[in-house]
Design a protein around this ligand. Structure first.
Ligand code: MLT
Length: 365
């Protein structure tokens, strides 16, 4: 993403206000926009130069697929600027004052929902929360009718989580509000992959060339899919691992090396990302017992030693201790699991700000 594209996308809408003189300091580094030239952005590795700037130019964030390296860097740089706000005694800026954001969560969520809500409140937006139980979907209304009824109240953005893949895309086609995908079925969870990338970049200083091992339920994980798109675009080396029954067809085509034993997947890794077994999306029978899964695929202290010295351990949560990860590892010195949660707020602030037409240049000015 480059500033020109964001400026163009913002041209039709009211710009969010800047945090003010005492506001957010320049991002370090603000390379994607500082010179406001396209050339300052890293060259997109994954798409032709003339490809449409999918997410931010359309004022939606539906997935990582199709995002360019420069767009991803811009979001991460903007998140870094917003991280400073979260360190202040008063953690609030007037950036989205007067904007209304609906959080429509049709699937259980603790972290993502509260993280979006905190991000929205820190930006001074007005927020409304709807869950499956509060909404008329539980009385037979379609998702589209629910969204259209909410839209009649003129929100600026809708953050949606839904069990059906494609739900966010559906809303984007039919609603005027900006749509942010907070997880659609097994498809994508873009803000999770962005906060994962942010955490890796803060810890390792880069994404390119890092060996990232992702272990767990590859079949049903939207976190995996979004991370594959993102990390491949940013030039990471992807090693993925699961029992054969939980490996979807075609993963290699997404640029990953597939393992069905954990040891070779972990060897030499800079980053280990563990994924939860998504029982709610499985038909059952993918492996005999949780104990056997842990014995064969669980992350133990012994297995962590296969990775590079200084490797970090990640997990999107919720963690299942003793199933995919040993407590000693989840709470150990290499674990950045709670850092991921903290970083999620800044990343979501950045996404909300950019989607509403803000630019990093303006933020830093
Ligand atoms: C998700 O919503 O996909 C979570 O962050 C990961 C999980 O549920 O395992």
């Amino acid at each position: 993403m480059n500033e020109t594209a964001i400026d163009r996308s913002a041209a039709g809408g009211r710009r969010p206000s800047r945090p003010g003189k005492a506001g957010v300091p320049p991002a370090q580094p603000a390379r994607a926009v500082a010179g406001s030239t396209v050339a300052a952005s890293p060259a997109p590795r994954d798409a032709p130069a003339a490809a449409p700037l999918v997410a931010l130019a359309q004022r939606h964030l539906l997935g990582i697929q199709g995002l360019l390296a420069g767009e991803i860097e811009l979001i991460l740089d903007t998140a870094r600027a917003f991280a400073e706000v979260s360190r202040r005694p008063i953690k609030k800026v007037p950036t989205l004052r007067g904007k209304t954001i609906v959080n429509l969560f049709m699937e259980p969520s603790t972290r993502t929902r509260s993280s979006f809500e905190i991000a929205e409140k820190r930006l001074s937006a007005d927020t409304l929360n709807f869950s499956l139980l509060d909404s008329s979907v539980s009385k037979g209304e379609t998702l589209l009718d629910t969204a259209r009824n909410l839209e009649a109240m003129a929100p600026d953005m809708i953050v949606i989580r839904h069990r059906a893949a494609g739900a966010a895309h559906l809303l984007a086609r039919h609603c005027r509000s900006n749509i942010i995908n907070a997880g659609d079925g097994s498809h994508e969870h873009p803000t999770q992959a962005l906060l994962d990338a942010y955490t890796i970049r803060e810890r390792k200083g880069r994404l390119e060339g890092l060996r990232v091992a992702i272990v767990g339920d590859l079949m049903h994980s939207r976190v995996l899919r979004s991370n594959l798109f993102l990390l491949r675009t940013m030039g990471a080396d992807l090693q993925v691992c699961a029992p054969p029954t939980l490996v979807p067809v075609g993963l290699e085509r997404l640029g990953a090396t597939v393992h069905t034993r954990i040891e070779p997947a972990l060897e030499g890794a800079d980053v280990i990302m563990m994924l939860r077994i998504q029982r709610e999306r499985q038909q059952g029978g993918a492996f005999p017992t949780a104990r056997e899964y842990f014995n064969l695929f669980g992350l133990t202290r012994e297995r962590v030693r296969l990775a590079k010295k200084g490797a970090i351990i990640m997990h999107p949560g919720p963690i299942n201790r003793g199933v995919e990860i040993d407590s000693a590892v989840a709470d150990g010195p290499e674990s950045v699991i709670l850092e991921q949660v903290a970083n999620g707020v800044s990343v979501r602030m950045a996404v909300l700000y950019l989607i509403s037409g803000g630019t990093l240049g303006e933020l830093a000015a």
